[in-house]
Design a protein around this ligand. Structure first.
Ligand SMILES: NC(=O)c1ccc[n+]([C@@H]2O[C@H](COP(=O)([O-])OP(=O)(O)OC[C@H]3O[C@@H](n4cnc5c(N)ncnc54)[C@H](O)[C@@H]3O)[C@@H](O)[C@H]2O)c1
Length: 154
């Protein structure tokens, strides 16, 4: 796929895996929309504002992600060709602890909501934009890298 000149969304792009993915896409001369809950990572893209749009948004929010996609279209045009889902949280816990206490259900639900529901939310909203776009001449319409983060409870 032609990366240069096309637009890609990276969630969790302010840190770790997402930051690396965003940097690699920029190296390949893409336009990159970085979506992150926190704005700490914005400074990593200083001086690259022409090709980077940093949007502070929560992957679990339909409203915030829809707005971010619209901002991407306003800045780079309607050529979103990919999304890399790295926005998420790391969560580890035993299903039952040494004292027989079961894992807190709310913390399990929170992890599932961010890592699974949030990832799906971004995919479905970006996909709805992608299907409106003209396929590239080379034939590849777009790609979605959908990561399902499995909480480890062992
Ligand atoms: N690094 C690894 O080797 C590895 C391996 C397996 C799974 N993972 C999972 O991949 C994900 C990313 O890992 P990482 O190492 O880059 O973590 P990281 O903490 O460095 O980066 C995650 C980013 O996602 C953002 N984020 C968190 N919740 C968000 C939300 N609701 N909406 C938008 N952004 C949100 C954070 O602000 C952060 O910038 C995590 O869920 C992690 O558990 C990482």
């Amino acid at each position: 796929m032609q990366i240069k000149g096309n637009t890609f969304i990276v969630t969790g792009g302010g840190s770790g895996l997402g930051l690396s993915a965003a940097r690699e896409l920029l190296r390949l001369e893409a336009n990159v929309v970085v979506i992150d809950l926190k704005d700490d990572g914005k400074s990593f893209f200083k001086g690259q504002e022409k090709n980077v749009l940093f949007v502070q948004a929560n992957v679990t929010s339909e409203e915030e992600i829809s707005k971010a996609i619209q901002q991407a279209i306003d800045k780079f045009g309607g050529n979103i060709r990919g999304v890399v889902n790295c926005g998420g949280i790391f969560s580890v816990g035993k299903i039952v602890d040494q004292n027989g206490k079961p894992l807190d259900l709310e913390s399990f639900k929170f992890t599932i909501n961010v890592n699974l529901v949030g990832t799906f939310n971004v995919c479905r909203l970006v996909a709805a934009q992608m299907v409106k776009q003209k396929p590239l001449e080379e034939g590849n319409a777009s790609f979605i890298i959908y990561k399902i983060f499995r909480p480890i409870y062992d």
